[in-house]
Design a protein around this ligand. Sequence first.
Ligand code: MRU
Length: 347
Amino acid sequence: MQIRTIDWIGNKVKIIDQTKLPGKLEFIYIDDLKELWQAIKTMKIRGAPALGAMAGFGVFLGIKDSRAGNFSEFARGLDRVTSYIASSRPTARNLFWALERVANAALKNKNKPLPAIKKLILEEAKKIMEEDRSACRCIAGYGAKLFRKNDTVLTICNAGILATIDYGTALGVIYRACEQQKGIKVFSCETRPVLQGARLTSWELKKKGVDVTLICDSMAAALMREGKIKKVIAGADRIASNGDTANKIGTYSLAVLSHYHKIPFYIAAPVSTFDLTIKSGRGIPIEERPGREVTELFFAKPIAPEGVKVFNPAFDVTPHNLISSIITDKGIIKPPYKINIKKILGK
Ligand code: MRU
């Protein structure tokens, strides 16, 4: 089954509404900037590369009706639109990278007529979307070499088709290894509180015919001790220049557990997820989300007393020394990360 998370159809962004999964595969069409912002905020679309593509189209939707009389007036509007989209979710580098890329496409062509600049903005957004498709396939090609026949692999959150355009980063590696008949078996952490593992990863792996077993997040240590996990692979929302990596809350726990049990722990991400302006994980902004995601979102009744204090950071940072390799679309990066990230990204 072919699944495509995001597309540009009839001057609208077409996305899968991920809040409806796994119950319902529902597509929505967005041609309004505020609606697009809401879709990001409420996680109808999520996952770093998908957010990048969405942000690119958001810029076009925000400026397409601009009636600016000259470029500086247009640029002020453009700035308002990019700042607005940037206020949706703070952690995924890809969202900001895409905004910068699309804005630069306009700035570089400021001498062209405004209708031509608008067209170039849309072209750039489409390029970002298409490039993600090939980036994921490159990541998969490099990453699959690390997997042996019959490996059992643990993953967290959703770094698959639903987090990208149509293939995935961490799950893309698994798809490629399966295409190579390696007989990979996957354990998916449910990923409290938004349950991307339970709702999304197990949904798409099942659709793709990959052997997947769902576990509660707290079960990972026991499985590792029993020798049931041979590798761990996760995606990334932002990677600092020393290799420290922000990803879904719970990823750090898995990295600590992998280190203790001597299991390779891999991060898979395109180069657009790296933020070389940030020295270490301490500089990565971590989104805090509403407490109701923890207390009631996916339950028939609230599971905590009304008014209880809740802390709900959506991401954590895994220190680089716990990461065995970072699999990118430009190749596999091994420690020492400070040096080797520069080498790969400099290319
Ligand atoms: O809060 P989410 O669902 O947007 O978090 C997504 C993740 O943490 C993913 O692992 C990450 O964005 C990489 S997606 C290829």
